[in-house]
Design a binder for this molecule. Structure first.
Ligand code: GSH
Length: 224
């Protein structure tokens, strides 16, 4: 069975999860692969303990173990999982469509998950009095100024970024998760708001839902 190593922690206001670890969890679910989750403590990751560096040379999460194989980086892991199981292909067959999906996935990774989202998400892992409200607002403003207008244009009336649900939408599942906790208003961007809600309604979102505890989402059962 595949083991996913990631950061997840229960708080009174919901369960918080690594955004990149959540990307991987969503694909494990979408592909119907059996897996279990091992939570890694945020302290061990921030301190770059040798046991973390032994698995992920940058000292980050997520990584997966599949038998003797250790793979890190959510994008690389998700490509591996998509190829490992033929169930529910998350990339089209045509090279041009595959490239388009990968480009949009990269946009979300670099433009959102590594840029604006941590400004909003990291403070939620700290006590309220320690949160930097200015930084959180800067993150929200970045989404409003740059990301949501791009999503409105790219969705262009479709349900998902490439028409069908694909690897391009997977990082946006983590955006949907963060904004569920944050409660940021998205109503000025009607297509984006409907899209994020659509993502939350997918079965795979249950594995990263802030409403479901670490214990409730530690394992998934079927393998096709
Ligand atoms: N490109 C990597 C990014 C991984 C990443 O930044 N993970 C965060 C958690 S969401 C982390 O471990 N941060 C700790 C650190 O950067 O020291 C991926 O997609 O997996």
């Amino acid at each position: 069975m595949i083991t996913l190593y990631t950061m997840e922690r229960d708080y009174p206001y919901g369960t918080l999860r690594s955004t990149n670890g959540s990307k991987t969890k969503v694909v494990l679910e979408e592909k119907g692969l059996a897996y279990q989750v091992e939570t890694v403590s945020p302290g061990a990751v921030w301190k770059k303990l040798p046991e973390i560096l032994a698995k992920h040379p940058l000292g980050k999460v997520p990584w997966i173990e599949d038998g003797d194989l250790v793979i890190y980086d959510s994008t690389v892991i998700n490509e591996y999982l998509n190829e490992k199981s033929e169930n529910n292909p998350l990339l089209a067959r045509e090279p041009a469509k595959r490239a388009r999906a990968r480009a949009l996935e990269n946009y979300a990774d670099e433009g959102v998950l590594s840029k604006f989202l941590p400004l909003i998400w990291m403070p939620w892992w700290s006590a309220e009095e320690q949160r930097d409200a200015d930084s959180m607002e800067k993150g929200r403003q970045g989404l409003r100024d740059q990301i949501f207008p791009f999503l409105e244009k790219t969705l262009a009336g479709n349900d998902y970024l490439c028409g069908e649900f694909s690897l391009a939408d997977v990082p946006m599942m983590a955006v949907a998760m963060v904004l569920e906790v944050d409660g940021m208003a998205v109503g000025d961007f009607a297509q984006t708001e409907a899209y994020l809600q659509r993502l939350r309604e997918r079965d795979s979102y249950q594995a990263i839902s802030p409403k479901r505890s670490v214990a409730d989402t530690a394992r998934s059962g079927y393998d096709v």
